[in-house]
Design a protein around this ligand. Structure first.
Ligand code: HEC
Length: 254
């Protein structure tokens, strides 16, 4: 009996360990939708224009992404390629790890698999979680990544976000948006200098961006969903064929 008890407790350990690791600022949830091609296309555009300056996505090729997302290759070549890159190439950057390590403290990591590492909710919260903090080298800090080495590169869209509460209060806060003005109300955040987008539009921008990053982490997911459905349809039809065959064979035996 004791043995079973020990085994039972050990089986539960990973669960409790995971729960403990999840403590921290609550993450805002987003529903990933890999079938929303328009969102993925917008996300790719935001990613290429704003992130590839510092981060690479070295395991992703432009052409594969363009094909998967239904972007005509000529359009991708005109609008998405950096410098003299070719559409068949991987999404790499010119900056070396040594240089960027010197400039930023930590080199910006490759982002191809980032969504698998951190999860969509974390990314969604992180990219909307920069706030003004003059004590930091780039003038910003981040709610889910304290003392982050990355500037708020999307500030021109978001505006300057200010945190009005202590980290302790932040743990229990919820972001609320005024449905009339589209501005943050109450809660911990306020936009103190407007950007090009309203908070609602900015949330949508980040939604598209993270949607794209999730696609990038596992491009074959789009295919596997389609193949999976086809396999199920095939099995369904084959069931009736097999049934008919069985009946045919057993007719002679009976
Ligand atoms: C000016 C350069 C620069 C740009 C542009 C930039 N980043 Fe960063 N990013 C960094 C640096 C530097 C770090 C490392 C921060 C650290 O470790 O303190 C980082 C870290 C990150 C991380 C966290 C990585 C981890 O440790 O898991 C994510 C996610 C990220 N960036 C996403 C993005 C996205 C998405 C964009 C485009 C909207 C972007 N970054 C644009 C410099 C940049």
């Amino acid at each position: 009996m004791k043995k079973y008890l020990v085994a039972f407790v050990m089986a539960l350990l990973p669960v409790t360990g995971f729960a403990a690791g999840g403590a921290g600022v609550p993450l805002d949830h987003m529903d990933v939708d890999l079938h929303n091609k328009a969102s993925l296309q917008r996300g790719m555009q935001i990613f290429v224009n704003n992130c590839l300056g510092c981060h690479s996505a070295g395991y992703q090729r432009y052409e594969r992404a363009a094909n998967d997302l239904g972007i005509p290759v000529e359009l991708a070549e005109e609008n998405l390629l950096l410098g003299d890159q070719k559409v068949g190439e991987q999404m790499t950057i010119a900056m070396t790890k040594e240089d960027s390590g010197k400039w930023f403290g930590n080199p910006p990591p490759d982002l191809t698999l980032e969504a698998r590492l951190r999860g969509a909710d974390w990314l969604y919260t992180y990219l909307r979680g920069f706030y003004k903090d003059e004590s930091r080298p780039w003038g910003v800090n981040n709610t889910v990544f304290p003392d982050v080495g990355m500037p708020n590169v999307l500030e021109y869209l978001q505006g300057v976000q200010t945190l009005n509460c202590t980290p302790e209060e932040l743990l229990h806060s919820e972001r609320k948006i005024d449905p009339l003005t589209g501005l943050e109300m109450g809660g911990c955040f306020s936009i103190t200098a407007k950007g090009q987008q309203t908070p609602e539009e900015f949330d949508k921008t980040i939604y598209d961006l993270v949607n794209f990053m999730v696609y990038m982490g596992e491009p074959s997911k789009l295919d596997s969903h389609r193949i999976g459905t086809n396999v199920l349809i095939f099995l369904f039809i084959f069931f009736f064929i097999a049934l008919a065959l069985k009946k045919e064979y057993w007719r002679d035996v009976h």
